[in-house]
Design a protein around this ligand. Structure first.
Ligand code: SF4
Length: 349
């Protein structure tokens, strides 16, 4: 440690957490490995407020590894709707099958890392939260608190800073209940030791913190600057016939794998009418009548933003090119639709 007393810090954190800690659904007992793993997968790229709305419903539907392992992947993807990044849902489903076969969740870091979708962070989180082991799940919040405590002004994303943060935090986690202490540090980073404006006067660790002594704690633990997202223009087509609306399953690999999509054109500039006609031909659409009805759509991915509109089109009910299908209201309710295309569903039915 950098000189501070781990016992003192652990006690201060637990005392603060008992007063200020957040009541989050996945922290409630019983904190089983299954609940921890599901919540960690959901939280990997989705905000806690969104996960809080979906967590219990998913658990009601799939209460344990066995139930999830026995489910159809399409049903799991549907239950995941609204959380985005569907590859996590498939990885969780595969992990459930692996664990159902093993009979128990492994405790060792090496074995956890062999499970689909479980990376270094999730492995530490399962060990800390499900087994209360002193393994620091180094998310941005924990890392920031640690580098500020130590007064480390190097890039917090680089390996040396991470190794120092891990060592410091694991010293604290060994001085008390590791799961609760991990929750406490996480909440401290989210609510007090925030990236832009840390509230050091409200912090239980102030007496031991090197960054606050420097007079400019916000200068420590700054996240690396992200590259700008690439903006793409989109025109998505809501094509209706007497048989329903036209959709097709996406390929099983790549962005939004295995989910369903409507006809659409993506381009770096506004898609041309020629490109839209080419898509209509590719999908085998006949007897086209463009209604003039259109409405905006926008979706933000990690590295891209799609901005554009949905156009409503009427067409003959001729068989479309495979694997596209006309879907009626029941058919639409039965497919997994990525959030990016939900605007196409929002009219008509
Ligand atoms: S004293 Fe300030 S900078 Fe240090 S850990 Fe607390 S909130 Fe963060």
């Amino acid at each position: 440690m950098w000189g501070a007393d781990a016992q003192f810090l652990a006690r201060a954190l637990l005392d603060w957490f008992s007063r200020e800690g957040r009541d989050l659904p996945w922290r409630r007992p019983p904190r089983t490995p299954y609940r921890v793993l599901v919540s960690e997968m959901m939280l990997q790229q989705t905000r806690a407020e969104v996960v809080a709305q979906r967590f219990e419903a998913f658990l009601d539907r799939y209460p344990n590894f066995e139930a999830l392992a026995a489910a159809e992947l399409g049903d799991v993807l549907r239950a995941w709707e609204g959380l985005g990044y569907y590859r996590r849902a498939e990885a969780l489903w595969r992990t459930a099958q692996r664990i159902a076969a093993l009979g128990a969740v492994p405790v060792s870091r090496e074995e956890l890392l062999e499970l689909p979708g479980v990376g270094p962070y999730s492995a530490s989180a399962v060990r800390a939260f499900a087994f209360s082991l002193p393994d620091a799940a180094l998310d941005a919040n924990l890392r920031r608190v640690a580098v500020r405590l130590a007064g480390d002004s190097s890039d917090p994303g680089r390996a040396p800073a991470q190794a120092g943060a891990r060592k410091l935090l694991e010293g604290i986690l060994m001085a008390g209940p590791a799961a609760e202490l991990s929750d406490a540090i996480m909440d401290l980073g989210a609510m007090v030791c925030t990236a832009g404006r840390p509230r050091c006067d409200a912090c239980p660790l102030q007496a031991a913190c090197a960054a606050t002594r420097s007079g400019a704690p916000e200068e420590f633990g700054r996240p690396p600057v992200r590259p700008a997202r690439r903006e793409l223009q989109i025109v998505a087509l809501r094509i209706e016939s007497e048989q329903g609306v036209l959709w097709r399953p996406r390929p099983t690999k790549g962005l939004l794998a295995g989910l369903w999509e409507p006809p659409h054109v993506l381009a770096s500039d506004e898609p041309s009418e020629h490109a839209i006609r080419r898509v209509l031909t590719e999908w085998g659409v006949l007897g086209v009548h463009v209604t003039g009805e259109r409405w905006p759509m926008r979706h933000v991915f990690t590295h891209q933003v799609w901005v554009g509109e949905v156009r409503r089109v009427l067409a003959d009910a001729a068989p479309p090119a495979q694997p596209a299908r006309w879907l009626d209201a029941a058919g639409l309710a039965g497919i997994a639709v990525p959030s990016a295309f939900r605007a196409v569903l929002s009219r008509g039915w």
